[in-house]
Every structure is written in C-alpha cells, then in structure tokens.
Design a protein around this ligand. Structure first.
Ligand SMILES: [Zn+2]
Length: 466
C-alpha cells in the first residue's frame, strides 16, 4: 500500500476545494415540488445542484449517472465490489435571521457560511475531493467507489428509495451526514398513538377536565402543557404549591369555561428525552391528585401510572442492550377534550438487539386492559453494523491516525442517512466538540474541518477500496 500524506495533498488543492464548495453552496437547492418537471421531481434548485456535482465528476473523467433526477452517482475504481458514500444535496429552507447571504458561501473568520455548509454540501464536497485526490494520484483500486448523491434527505427520502430500486446496493459504505467519529448503531423507532375509548355521556361530576394539551411533535419533549378544568376553583392553590415544591414554572388563570393551568417544561429531542422536562407528564401528575370526572380521570390516570419515566418501565417495555443502551419513551403529544376523549402520541426508541414486535405485544396487552386502543403510525427498524466489521475497523483506524483522537463507534437514538445503506455507518463530518449548526441561521463549516474531513475521507476511501 502506498503511503500518502493526505493532509499535504489537500493543502495543494485548498483553493479549488473552496471554489467548488462555494459554487455548490450558491445553488438554492430547496425542495420545490410545485416547480417539478420531468427528470426534476424536486424542482429546479435541486436539479441544478445535482447537475453541478455530476459535472465536477465528468470534468475529472469519472463515471457519472443521473438517475431520473431523483439522485445520481460519481464512480471511480474497478472490480466487483462496490463501496458507497451516501451524501445529499438538498437543504432545508434558509429561514430568517441570517447575518450573511444564506446562499453566498461567504468565507470569514475561518468559516464558510451558507445553508448546507455542514448539512450536507460541505461534507459532500470533502468526500468528492477524497475521490478526486485518489484519481489524480493514480492510486489503483480493486473495488469501485460510488459517491451517491441524494436529493430528498431533508424531506421524504424519495431519492434513495428510487435510487436503490434501480441501482446496485453497495456491499458497505458510509454517510458523511452526521458526526465524527462513527455512528454504527441506531435504535429502532416506533411512533404510536394511544386512543382513549368512547366518551362517557352526561357527565354530572362537579369538576370536569375540559381539555388537556401538550406538545406539537412526537420527536420533541413537550415544553408546555395546558389543562382547562371546569368547576374547580380550589385547584389553583394546590397547583401553585405543586409548582413550588418541584421548582417548576407555570401559571393559572380563569376564563368563562373554568380554570386554566399552564406548566412549563424543557424541550429536548425525542431521541434523548432524558435531557428534557416533559410538561405534559408533569401536569398530569399534578391533576392525578384532583377529583375529576371519570373520563378525565382515566386519561390523566393513564399518563400518571404508565408514562412517569422515560425508560418505559411502567409500560412494561423496559429494555437495554450492550450496544445501544436503554429503550426510551417520549410522550410527545397529548390531546384531550371532553367531547372527543384523549390521545397520547409516543415516540419509542428501542435498542438494536431488541424486537419492536415484542414492544408492541406488551403495549397491546396493557391498552386492552385500560380501554385504550393502539395505532402504530411509523415503525423504523434498528440499524446496526457490528463494531468488528471491517468497515468500522477501517474507519476507526483512519480517524485515529488522522486526528490523534479516539475513534470508537457510538450508538444513537436513530435517524441518520446511513440507514439507507444495508451495511452503512455515519462518518462525520461534524467533529466532536463543534457546535451543531445544521438547520440553523448562519450555518457554517470551519475551513479546517472541511480540509480535515477531505483528508480523512480520502484515506478512508483508499483503504476501503484498495
Ligand atoms: Zn443531512
């Protein structure tokens, strides 16, 4: 094997790398389905970005292919086996509040700024330069390497669905669309709606839970909850005491329906509910002590009895493995009204060695007893490449050699693009300790990180495919 100083090689190509990255960042590749055309299903911006990348490949004499405008690839090397590098060219809309042009690719303070700088155009260009350097140095490869360019990652992943329906699945690969060092395990995910049975008619109880709502999205910990209770003046004082004893903020007020209680929690991503404070669960735990109508009591009681911890223990679904850790439950959306009864939306992440069917079986038995029903709205299976897999071992070695930092693979709650590959891991390009600015205003990538990533990808590609 030839020893190449990849850092030196990228140093020689810095100017070109920055120019090409700027060119890509200046294309507003946001999904515009209303402007879709034949061979441009996601609109003209995305089409332009895909053409731009394929043109760069053509200019290097690499093999390229546009797969119906859904995705494309750039290929080097030869041989039977195929290594995949899965990137994406679409970006989320820029939003407000930028202090630089969101599609300028401006360079200042050692950073390059634009929507897509870190997610995922900068890392895409770094991977392309990895391939370009191997080609320019004339290094022989015994496998083929494909940079697969997705164009719908930020929405529905229709790009990879279409692509892998028509094109070869690589034997292994990586996606530069998350964090360094390596993400090799992603938990399974279940989105579930629990629905309360039919409403009791002619409720005569003096205190009635009129409504209860908290949370907007299943994959976020709700940071606010509101309940309206009629005929229950005396709750106001005990609510204030509850807030005080738990060191929480909230408020109470009255309107012509009754008493309105609001509780403030703390938001966090649904894959890490331990970092949040679930406002809905807490407000329910307060209301569980109140004298309420039967239907309201049943709804609040279910939350109090079964959703008190994020481990799923009170649901009977607690689980853990040695690769990806514990099962987590995020009750993300609560919606109750006196007229319609209640629903609870759960976002469950289960360990890679666990079974989603087992989780569902257990939950089904529980809700049957409690007169709730259960509907699975989404089920994503776990994704896992063994730590001893050659792919993981090679990437770990490369990362450690290039950075001097430990490259041990990690497990997360789920959701990287790497799961589109049968044997794929996420590999960069956000370095440990760096602020994650993906989808934020003033998105940027450090120039040094862009260069380091290119050197890492070059060596990784070479070692995987030589
Ligand atoms: Zn991305």
């Amino acid at each position: 094997m030839k020893n190449v100083n990849w850092k030196e090689e990228i140093e020689k190509r810095k100017e070109n790398l920055l120019q090409d990255t700027q060119g890509l960042l200046q294309i507003r590749s946001v999904l515009e389905e209303d402007k879709a055309a034949d061979k441009a299903p996601f609109g003209p911006g995305i089409e332009m970005a895909l053409d731009y990348m394929l043109e760069l490949g053509n200019a290097q004499g690499m093999q390229t292919k546009n797969v119906d405008g859904f995705a494309g690839h750039i290929e080097i090397g030869e041989g039977q086996e195929l290594i995949g590098i899965l990137c994406h060219l679409d970006v989320v809309p820029e939003g407000d509040g930028w202090t630089v042009d969101p599609f300028g690719g401006e360079i200042k303070d050692g950073k390059i700024f634009a929507r897509g700088a870190i997610d995922d155009k900068g890392p895409t260009m770094a991977a392309f330069y990895g391939m370009k350097m191997i080609k320019e140095l004339g290094l022989p490869l015994s496998k083929r390497v494909r940079l697969i360019l997705g164009t719908d990652e930020e929405s529905l992943w229709r790009c990879v669905d279409h692509y892998f329906k028509h094109e070869e699945m690589p034997s292994s690969g990586f996606a530069p669309d998350a964090d360094f060092p390596i993400i090799h395990a992603e938990k399974g995910m279940l989105n579930i709606d629990l629905k309360q049975g039919a409403a009791a008619e002619n409720c005569q109880h003096p205190n009635v839970l009129e409504s209860f709502s908290s949370g907007l999205r299943l994959n976020m910990v709700p940071d606010q909850a509101e309940a309206v209770i009629s005929g229950s003046e005396e709750l106001e004082e005990s609510f204030q005491q509850f807030l005080k004893s738990r060191n929480l903020t909230g408020s109470s007020s009255k309107n012509d329906v009754g008493l309105i209680l609001t509780l403030i929690g703390k938001s966090a991503h649904g894959s890490t509910p331990e970092f949040g404070v679930n406002a809905g669960v807490l407000l329910a735990s307060f209301l569980a002590g109140a004298d309420l109508d039967e239907q309201g009591k049943a709804y609040i009681g279910f939350v109090k009895d079964h959703l008190g911890s994020i481990s799923g223990e009170e649901l009977g679904i607690k689980a853990e493995d040695n690769v990806s850790g514990i099962l987590t439950v995020n009750p993300g959306v609560f919606d109750y009204s006196r007229e319609a009864g209640g629903t609870i939306g759960l976002n469950i992440r289960y360990p890679v060695k666990h079974s989603g069917e087992m989780v569902l079986d257990t939950l089904q038995k529980l809700v049957d007893v409690k007169s709730f029903s259960l509907e699975v709205t989404k089920h994503t299976k776990p994704h896992f490449v063994d730590e001893n897999h050659e792919l993981v071992q090679t990437l770990k070695k490369v990362y450690e050699e290039q950075t001097g930092q430990p490259g041990n693979p990690i497990a997360i709650g789920g959701g990287t693009y790497a799961r589109s590959l049968e044997a794929g891991v996420a590999f960069g390009a956000l370095f440990p300790g760096r602020e994650d600015v993906a989808h934020q205003k003033d998105e940027y990538m450090f120039l040094d990180d862009l260069f380091s990533a290119a050197a890492i990808y070059a060596q990784a590609i070479y070692e995987l495919a030589r």
